[in-house]
Structure formats: structure tokens, C-alpha cells
Design a protein around this ligand. Structure first.
Ligand code: FAD
Ligand code: MLT
Ligand code: ZN
Length: 479
């Protein structure tokens, strides 16, 4: 349904962007050939496209010119940020053109009183956050891929991350967006207002749209004051039931200073230990671990509160053992036990990833049931003949979001057949979400019906058709 890339097309793009910003993989005889592997392969190395052209626009106007041309000529486009997405959405399926946003990375404005930041979508999350730190502010989103992902990619996936519990979702903190529609229309909705009830809030459609209705070029976002006092505790527990009790206690005792409550099962921590060789934070092994972070204004006061919380939950035998970080280095070290899990889980060859929301009471049951399922199928074991190494669960317990990961020695059809659609049916029965924070991409496109009714999917299709009638934006994905 799309046109093949020709020399004439390439000449147009090079005219708009200049030769250095239209990277070609051997299309024309006079082209500089580029290795486009990094743009074609996703972070998990599970999805790989075959694009022959990567465009790197430097301005919103260039994005507009490119999209209009692609739309008029029926050329398919994949918007790409830092390419850290986990559902195969950021790379082509076939030979779609990649529009990589890395060059649009400037901070446009910042209001030191309100904390409202306006920046290009290609700005890297960690770079923006470090910039804000110097001004006493914090970006209201943090995640393990911060060094590579872009704020436009975060908005486009509606990333949740490690502190959603405290700062809420991007649907609340993003105040405005600048985006370009497939026909080249520039939608300038870069509002810097907290309150704006004049008509439909159209920017919300782009938050989590995964590049299917347009390209986000600018983001206006309200950033909270950075808390001067951050404290972290890491503790081990006997059961998931106890982790729930600890969460309840943490909400009650830490209240307004609680900024993260993360859970990892024992095998997740074993994995990090095996791959990194680092000494575990607690002497003995535990079936479950939680990381609690507080962010407040008084280090001593907050530290005392956290210590008292830990003593209390240990006294009640909810928590078996725990440690409170004594300085920034220890805080970073403890966080690495949590942030390191996605980095190591693919170590044995690959990983099947499921990012799900389920009511808290059942959050870990999915992990236990999945493990039983692959064991029953005779697919899990310690030696090479078994494809599955183990099944782990970790994630944002404070947001009822668990990451069910099946670590494998190799991708194997039999494992896939056991897991899918069984996992999605399991989620549907508990009225959960099959995609809590990573999106649909290519990985979950065909399973949307497990979390959304036919009416909802129909409405989504109307929106897609309205904004992108030729279907050029990130085709084959989402819906
Ligand atoms: P990409 O991966 O490049 O793109 C993601 C999607 O957005 C694609 O569909 C792409 O087409 C689209 N897109 C990108 N930029 C634009 C744009 N400017 N306009 C329109 N569409 C665009 N996610 C969480 O929610 N919480 C986490 O805690 C978390 N932790 C992670 C930890 C690791 C180690 C990794 C690798 C990933 C993690 N993720 C997490 C996944 C997460 O979605 C991404 O890291 C991030 O939000 C994607 O940003 P990106 O710039 O890399 O986007
Ligand atoms: C996380 O919370 O670590 C991320 O969402 C990445 C993952 O699920 O592996
Ligand atoms: Zn996550």
C-alpha cells in the first residue's frame, strides 16, 4: 500500500535536510552509504526492520515538509526517539522511512517560578533532568533508560516509570504539545497554562499515541521543585502478602514524602547479582524485596521517619531485614538493584516481556501462574535443552504495575504458544491492562481486544483514520 523509495524522493529529502541528515543505505549510486543497523534494530533485539533511509530533521518546519511529502507520495514513516521502547514500536517492520528526532534537542524556555519547561521532543530525558537539577527542579518522570530515551518518546509512549506514584502520569503534567500531522499541518498547542478548559483537550491524543497520528516536536511540561532530601530503604520480605502490608504501612507512615514503592522478586535480584557480580544489599536471600524512596524537604526528619517505618515493619514481622542508604552513593547503589533488572534479564539469550496492570491483590499471582504453566509444559530447566531459564516479576507495585518477564536461552515458538494468548486471557479475566506503561507497538497490536472493547477500538480507528487517512504513520502497529 506504500510507494517504493526512489532517487527522486531521496533528492527531495536531501534538498530539505542537507546530505548529512538524510542517511542512506545504498539507494543511489552517489549516496554516502550509512550503516543503518542502529536505527533498524530495537533495544530488545527482537524486532528488526530494513529501512533504507533515515531522516534527521532539525526544525519543526523540516518535519512538516517531510511529512507532507511522504503523505502526498504515500511513503510510510516511523518516528523514532531514543529507540528504547520495549514493544517494537520504534523500528520499521519493513522498509518504512525512519524519522529520528535526535537533532531536535534544545530547551526552548523555562519559567523559574512556575517550573514550566518547554523543550524540543528530541531532548534526552537525563540531559533535561540534569539541566533542571541546577535550577532546583526535577523532570516529573524517571526511568532506567533515561540516558538514551527522549522526552518526545516518553510522551509518545506515555511512559510511567519509577515515580509515577509521586508525580502522576504525563497526561497530568504535560501542559501542551507541538506536533506535526501527516499532511504537514503544524499543531501549535504549546500551552504553558495549568488550567485550560477551552474545548477538547486534543494534546491528550498524542500522549501514548506511539507515533501513529503525527510527530511530536515540542513539549511543555510542569516540573516540580526538586526535593532537597531523598532517602531510600531496601528490604526483604517472606511473601507477596507481606509486601502488600508493607506498602499499606508505607503509605500510612510516610504519607506525603513517599516518592517510590518498587517490588522485585528474589529471582530478579539473583539475576542482577549473577550478571553484575555485585554483592547483594542484604546478607540473607529473601523471596521478595521492596525499594522505598522518600523525597521531602528535611533530610533528618525524613530519614528519621524512614528509619521509624522500617523499625515498625520489622517489629511487626512484615519485613524480614532491611537497610537505609546513608548517602547519595548508597542511594544510587540500591536503585541499581531495581533499575538493573531490565538490563540483565536478556543476558541468557532473550526475554518475553509482559507489562501489565492488575488489582494489587493478584499482582504477583500472574508470575506464579506463568511459572507453573511453563514448568508444566516442560519448557523450563537449568540446562541448555530447556528454552526457559526462569520467570520473574518486578515493577511499580505502588502503581499496581508488574513486569512479568520470561527469561529464555533462545526465542522458541513453543514458549510463545504457551504464553500467548494465555497471559492476555489471564489479564482479561481480572479486568487488568495488557499494557500498563510500555504501549502496544508491534508486540501487542493484535491483543488490544483483551483490554479494550470493540466500541473503544472502533473509536480509536476513527481517530487514526481522521488524522492519518493514508495510514503512513508508523503502520502495522498499535491498532
Ligand atoms: P522510542 O523507543 O524511540 O519510541 C517509542 C514509540 O514512540 C515508538 O512508537 C515511536 O514511533 C514513538 N515516538 C518516539 N518519538 C516520537 C515523537 N517525537 N513523535 C511521535 N512519536 C514518537 N517505560 C516506562 O513506561 N517505564 C519505565 O520504567 C521504563 N523503563 C525502561 C527501562 C529500560 C532499561 C528500557 C530500555 C526501557 C524502559 N521503558 C520504560 C520503555 C519506555 O517506553 C521508553 O524507555 C521510553 O519512554 C521511550 O522513549 P524513546 O525516546 O526511546 O522512544
Ligand atoms: C522497568 O520498570 O524497569 C521498565 O518498565 C522496563 C522493564 O519492564 O523491563
Ligand atoms: Zn516499568
Amino acid at each position: 500500500r506504500f510507494a517504493q523509495l526512489t532517487e527522486e524522493h531521496v533528492a527531495y529529502f536531501r534538498d530539505v535536510l542537507g546530505k548529512d541528515h538524510a542517511l542512506i543505505d545504498g539507494v543511489t549510486s552517489n549516496a554516502v552509504e550509512d550503516d543503518l543497523e542502529a536505527f533498524n534494530a530495537d533495544w530488545t533485539r527482537k524486532y528488526r526492520g530494513h529501512c533504507k533511509l533515515v531522516l534527521k530533521p532539525g526544525t519543526t518546519l523540516e518535519v512538516s515538509q517531510i511529512l507532507k511529502y511522504c503523505n502526498d507520495n504515500h511513503l510510510a514513516v516511523v518516528p523514532q526517539g531514543g529507540n528504547t521502547g520495549l514493544v517494537g514500536g520504534s523500528v520499521p517492520v519493513f522498509d518504512e522511512i525512519v524519522m529520528n528526532m535526535a537533532r531536535m534537542n534544545q530547551i526552548r524556555s523555562f519559567d523559574d517560578v512556575s517550573g514550566i519547561l518547554v523543550a524540543d521532543s528530541g531532548a534526552i530525558l537525563e540531559v533535561v533532568d540534569n539541566w533542571l537539577a541546577e535550577k532546583g527542579y526535577i523532570f516529573p518522570l524517571d526511568l532506567g533508560a533515561k540516558g538514551t530515551c527522549q522526552i518526545g518518546g516518553n510522551v509518545s509512549t506515555n511512559a510511567g516509570g519509577l515515580r509515577l506514584l509521586r508525580y502522576g502520569s504525563l497526561h497530568g503534567s504535560v501542559l501542551g504539545l507541538e506536533a506535526v500531522l501527516p499532511d504537514g499541518t503544524i499543531v501549535d498547542d504549546l500551552s504553558k497554562l495549568r488550567k485550560n478548559n477551552t474545548g477538547y483537550d486534543l494534546k491528550q491524543l498524542f500522549i501514548g499515541a506511539e507515533g501513529t497520528i503525527g510527530v511530536v516536536t515540542g513539549v511543555s511540561i510542569i516540573c516540580p521543585q526538586r526535593s532537597p532530601a531523598v532517602n531510600v530503604a531496601f528490604f526483604g520480605l517472606d511473601s507477596y502478602e507481606k509486601a502488600q502490608l508493607a506498602f499499606k504501612e508505607a503509605k500510612g507512615r510516610l504519607g506525603e514524602i513517599l516518592s517510590a514503592f518498587e517490588m522485585m522478586d528474589g529471582i530478579s535480584i539473583d539475576f542482577v547479582h549473577k550478571v553484575t557480580g555485585n554483592r547483594k544489599p542484604l546478607e540473607a536471600d529473601h523471596p521478595f524485596y521492596c525499594l522505598v524512596e522518600t523525597s521531602g524537604s528535611n533530610a533528618d526528619h525524613d530519614g528519621e521517619k524512614l528509619e521509624a517505618f522500617l523499625e515498625d515493619v520489622m517489629g511487626q514481622e512484615i519485613v524480614s531485614d532491611g537497610v537505609v542508604a546513608q548517602d547519595d552513593t548508597q542511594i544510587q547503589t540500591l536503585w541499581k538493584w531495581r533499575e538493573g533488572v531490565p538490563e540483565v534479564v536478556g543476558h541468557w539469550g532473550g526475554v518475553y516481556k509482559y507489562d501489565v496492570s492488575i488489582p494489587l491483590a493478584d499482582l504477583y499471582t500472574i508470575v506464579e501462574d506463568t511459572k507453573a504453566k511453563v514448568q508444566e509444559a516442560g519448557l523450563m530447566g537449568d540446562t541448555d535443552e530447556y528454552p526457559v531459564v526462569d520467570v520473574i516479576g518486578y515493577g511499580h507495585m505502588g502503581d499496581a504495575n508488574v513486569h512479568l518477564n520470561v527469561a529464555v536461552r533462545r526465542y522458541d515458538k513453543r514458549v510463545e504458544e504457551v504464553l500467548e494468548p494465555w497471559v492476555y486471557e489471564w489479564i482479561e479475566k481480572r479486568e487488568g491492562s495488557i499494557s500498563a506503561e510500555h504501549g502496544l507497538g508491534l508486540a501487542k497490536k493484535k491483543y488490544i481486544g483483551y483490554s479494550r472493547s470493540p466500541t473503544m477500538v472502533g473509536l480509536m480507528k476513527h481517530i487514526k483514520d481522521h488524522y492519518d487517512p493514508n495510514g503512513i504513520m508508523n503502520p502495522y502497529k498499535y491498532i
